[in-house]
Design a protein around this ligand. Structure first.
Ligand SMILES: CC(C)(COP(=O)(O)OP(=O)(O)OC[C@H]1O[C@@H](n2cnc3c(N)ncnc32)[C@H](O)[C@@H]1OP(=O)(O)O)[C@@H](O)C(=O)NCCC(=O)NCCS
Length: 152
């Protein structure tokens, strides 16, 4: 991991950046839910989501600049969590995604030592690669929803 990568819990003050990254065209193309989200809808959702007991959001910073977000949604039984990652569009293609993902997983598992799942489009090789580097394996690719389902 990049030695100077800071992983911290996301706060309300990050909401606008997270909204901007979420509405980026590439992010939407790679997401399960690809519609654009209004600021008002996002702000209301994020304020409650960041305070919820069954979700965690972590922001990575390099040199004081935000490089991206990882999100963990605990399953109803608390036995696993779904992880997703979204880099600041300015920081994609620079090799920082794997470090951010690994750092956020380590941080999340300090609090929740549970299995992780991930859902990745077959046409997202960069994402497949960084999840594989963190140890995720493909468990279901039968095409029901067009996504690959991974586990760690
Ligand atoms: C997906 C994402 C997190 C990847 O992070 P990144 O730092 O941009 O990834 P990189 O450019 O370092 O690429 C990761 C690896 O994939 C490889 N890769 C990238 N594009 C590739 C391609 N088209 N074909 C094959 N391999 C590719 C890179 O060579 C790199 O390999 P390495 O680890 O051996 O060096 C980031 O681009 C992102 O946030 N994208 C938008 C949102 C998204 O897709 N999130 C994931 C949803 S499941």
């Amino acid at each position: 991991m990049a030695a100077d990568l800071l992983i911290r819990a996301a706060q309300d003050a990050d909401s606008r950046d997270i909204w901007r990254w979420r509405n980026d065209a590439t992010t939407r193309a790679m997401s399960v839910h690809s519609t654009e989200i209004s600021w008002d809808a996002h702000a209301a959702w994020f304020a409650q989501a960041v305070a919820a007991g069954d979700r965690r959001f972590y922001v990575g910073e390099l040199g004081g600049a935000k490089i991206g977000l990882c999100r963990f949604d605990l399953a109803h039984d608390g036995a696993s969590a779904e992880v997703s990652i979204n880099l600041n569009p300015d920081r994609r293609g620079q090799g920082v995604g794997a470090s951010l993902l690994a750092g956020c997983i380590a941080r999340f598992r300090q609090e929740f030592p549970v299995g992780l799942t991930a859902t990745i489009r077959p046409d997202n090789p960069a994402s497949q690669r960084i999840f594989a580097r963190c140890g995720f394996v493909l468990v279901d690719n039968d095409g029901r929803d067009g996504f690959g389902h991974y586990r760690l």
